[in-house]
Design a protein. Structure first.
Length: 471
């Protein structure tokens, strides 16, 4: 008969995708065939003075994509949803969305991390959550939230939880994404009442938690052809799903060390999979994050600003009338001497949308580096600075976790950027293994297939040695 097929809804900062994964092959030697059935743009829009996600467009893309998946692959064995983290909608007790989810790059969070510090000291927050300091953390967004809206709100739903609730009627907070709110206890994997209360947030906002690999519910009758399809919880934070798809165990057999990963897309998430969080002061000072992974693991990683800087640079040029294709930009960079200009790619000035070349000029000047002028020089500067940040992040994570890294896996769209893959190998001095490109979708499908009992229950995703940081 037909192989069981699972639809992964994978929403990224620039596009959403519905990808069907079919489990084929003999038991014990299964393979997942991935087919992209829909791709739709995700373009943030203005709502008053806020930058928000276009929820109606996303929902439309998701339901059409799922209908297409069902039409092509017959009754689906499941649906799973993952997206970027931290952003949420507030809903009332009928489930109606009270205002569109605000984009994490909106400047409303300015000063909110400091406000949070005044309520609960940063050392304490890190000791509980293990979460990196970022302006856009959900808790910081909530401190910037309109008071009337907060009062009217019944629940807060992160984007994948919101879509899951619309599909099934079930309201839950999937834990991998919940770990990016700044309100989750990293060790206990429960909401931290201490932090919720300490930050003055209403406890009722937080839905009951759920782990990946559970049946959230079935699609409601009103959704026509999809009605009755099981919706499985997955690593609903895209990075959690991407890490599931990294062949970490294979990598760990290179020497005695463990594998690091770079989940490379709009952001580059660089780090390790561990069995326990690292909650030390040194880790807080290095701004490494402990996010909840699938199967009780910890994603110990750094957010590196990522290919966002490059795409936003190309967008800046296009807006000025100079369209530069990515391939041409990369070709131009190859003509420029290596490491001509190195800047701190994680500088906060690069977070919001805007004129990237101007910001790079400023950073170069401040660092006493040659200002990048031509297309090639600018792109050279971005790629070299990214690779350097990868090296720094891999080394710092390894040092603070007490492990030796012997291989780096790159997954996500960035694997198509072979220049960046080579630079990463050169910068880290380690072998780099590239792929899969659709990491988040593959991880999403793997967790669904296991939950549905289609893949053996005992596949482990990482070598035991990478689950326990050496003491
Ligand atoms: C990557 C990602 C990162 C998160 C950032 C903002 O897509 O999910 O892991 O820090 O987006 O949500």
């Amino acid at each position: 008969g037909r192989p069981p097929s699972f639809a992964a809804v994978d929403l990224g900062a620039t596009s959403g995708r519905v990808i069907v994964g079919s489990v084929v092959g003999e038991p014990g030697a299964e393979r997942i065939d991935l087919v992209e059935v829909a791709r739709f743009p995700n373009e943030p829009v203005r709502h008053g003075d806020r930058l928000v996600w276009d929820l109606p467009a996303l929902w439309d893309g998701v339901v059409h994509g799922l209908a297409e998946a069902a039409a092509r692959f017959g009754p689906l064995a499941g649906i799973g949803v993952d997206s970027w983290a931290v952003d949420y909608a507030l809903v009332d007790d009928s489930g109606a969305v009270l205002s569109p989810p605000v984009h994490y790059r909106d400047p409303r969070t300015e000063g909110m991390a400091d406000r949070a510090d005044a309520l609960v000291p940063p050392e304490r927050r890190y000791a509980v959550t293990g979460l990196q300091r970022q302006p856009f953390t959900t808790a910081h967004q909530l401190l910037a939230e309109d008071g009337d809206l907060l009062e009217a709100a019944h629940r807060l739903l992160l984007v994948p939880d919101l879509l899951g609730a619309r599909l099934t009627g079930q309201v839950r907070a999937e834990i991998t994404n919940a770990s990016t709110t700044g309100l989750l206890d990293a060790r206990r994997r429960t909401w931290s009442a201490e932090l919720v209360d300490g930050l003055g947030l209403p406890r009722r906002l937080l839905p009951d938690l759920i782990e990946p690999g559970e049946r959230l519910g079935r699609v409601r009758a009103e959704h026509g052809v999809l009605a009755g399809t099981p919706v499985w919880t997955v690593g609903s934070h895209d990075t959690a799903s991407a890490v599931v798809a990294v062949p970490l165990g294979a990598g760990a057999s290179v020497g005695d060390g463990v594998a690091a990963y770079v989940s490379c897309g709009t952001w580059s998430l660089v780090g390790l999979e561990l069995g326990e969080p690292v909650l030390t002061e040194a880790s807080r000072e290095a701004n490494l994050t402990n996010e909840a992974g699938v199967d009780g693991t910890v994603r110990y990683l750094a957010n590196v600003m990522g290919l966002w800087v490059l795409s936003e640079t190309l967008r800046t040029w296009a807006a000025r009338g100079t369209e530069v294709a990515l391939a041409d930009a990369l070709a131009a960079a190859r003509e420029v001497p290596l490491r001509r200009t190195l800047i701190d790619i994680d500088d906060a000035s690069l977070l919001p949308p805007g004129d990237m070349p101007a910001r790079l000029t400023q950073l170069a000047r401040a660092a006493g580096q040659p200002v990048p002028e031509s297309v090639g020089e600018v792109v050279r500067c971005i790629l070299d600075s990214l690779a350097l940040a990868y090296r720094r992040s891999v080394r710092t994570a390894a040092r603070l976790a007490g492990v030796e890294v012997t291989v780096v896996h790159i997954v996500g769209g960035g694997v198509h950027n072979s220049d960046l893959c080579h630079l990463t190998a050169d910068a880290t001095g380690l072998p780099v293994v590239a792929g899969p490109a659709e990491g988040a979708a593959l991880g999403n499908v793997l967790v669904q297939a296991r939950a549905a009992g289609v893949l053996a229950g005992d596949w482990t995703r990482c070598d035991a040695s990478s689950r326990r940081p050496a003491s």
